[in-house]
Structure formats: C-alpha cells, structure tokens
Write a protein that binds this ligand. Sequence first.
Ligand code: F6R
Length: 241
Amino acid sequence: MEVIVCKTAEEASRLAATLITDALQTTPALVLGLATGSTPLLLYRELIKACQSGADFSRVRTFNLDEYCGLPPEHPHSYRTFMNAHLFSNLNIRPENTHVPDGTADNLPALCAAYEAAIAAAGGIDIQVLGIGSNGHIGFNEPGSPLDSRTRRVTLTEQTLRDNTRFFSAREEVPRYAISMGVGTILEAKKCVLLGFGANKARAIKAAIEGPVSPDSPASALQVHRDTVVFLDEAAAAKLQ
Ligand code: F6R
C-alpha cells in the first residue's frame, strides 16, 4: 500500500483525480469502479472540472460498488440517482456504459452473477475508487465479510444504518439490505484508490493500514492488493504510527 497524507480532503481529492485523468490519457476506454457517499464528492467535482477542460469520458465504462435493495433506480436515495446527480450527468459519459446494481431485481443471485460477468466482459476494473466505513467496510462489505466474497446481497450493520441515516429523513427509511461487490471482487481491480477523510475514519484507517489482515476490518484486505494507493487528510491519518 502506498499511503499519501494531505493537509486537506480537497488536496487529496485533487491528487486522486489526477491519477484517474492521467490513466484516461493512456487508456481512453478506462474501466472505473466507483463509490457513493460523502467521501468521493470532491473527487467527482474534480473529474467534472477535468471533463469541462477537455478530458474525454466518452469511452469510459463504470461499475458502482453497491446499491440498496428495494430502492428503484429513480428513487431519490438510490445510489443510481446519487451517481447521476453527482457525476454521470455532468460528464460526456454514455449512460449505457455506467453500471449500478439493480436493487429491485427479482432474482438477486442471477443479478449478482450477471454483474460479475459484466465486469469481466469489460476486461476487469482498471481503477477502483473506495471510501471506508467508520467500521472499516469497503463497498458494503461489513466486518465479518469473507475476504474472498463476491457480489451478493448483504445485511447492513447497525453502525452503517446509523451512519447512513443522514441521507434519509428517518432511520427506519434506510434499507437494511444492499447488493455489494465482494471483497474478492474489489481485490481483482488492477488498482485501488482508497479515500479516507475526517476524524471519524481515523480508527478504521488505522485498522486497515496497520492492523492485521482480517475480516474484522474488510479494508485491511487491501494490504494484500498489489497496487493500492490510500489518500488521507490529516484528521483521518491522525492515529497512524
Ligand atoms: C458506498 C460505499 C461505502 C462508503 C462508506 C463511506 O458506495 O462503498 O463503503 O464509501 O460507507 O461513506 P461516506 O463517504 O459517506 O463516509
């Protein structure tokens, strides 16, 4: 793992964006794995700026990490809606090249298998963008998730339900289940870019980087990945030795 500590989340996000736009120069049909939540918002803003300045996303393919079960794509709190609003609708990307799992599919095992097959058919993920949960999750792979897990339906922990209530009007509205790429799926990305910002991520970041590789901290699996860069602000890095 390469760990880069920046003064601010803005600076870290600019570096992460440059890493992606540089890759885009050499690989116009880049395959990106993408995350939702607060953490990648500044990165997405930088990518939109880059597109406005001429970066070409017309051949880029994307695969999002996760989606809530039960929320249709057009639901205001679905991750598809989040991605359209915060990234896709502001890039010259082709909508059909963007993939977010369908949380309303009747046959979830078939949907998950098809999602994995679509990633493989695209040639695998070149760069996977990741945030980290305050409990160490990546995607919605909660503590206890097997390190070789694949795309599947997962049950969200109480901690994650609490953390994500801020996006909903009430706790009861947060779906209890999601579809998530597995830790094993994530580890197959050629490069992983983990972003961690804010003091509430410091404990999870320490466990991920300095703790043992263990399902207790799903992000710790990145220690065995061949090419992971971690971009932190000072607050998230505060507990690192
Ligand atoms: C969401 C995802 C999650 C988030 C994590 C952090 O697609 O993959 O692992 O990255 O829950 O969320 P924020 O950034 O809102 O703190």
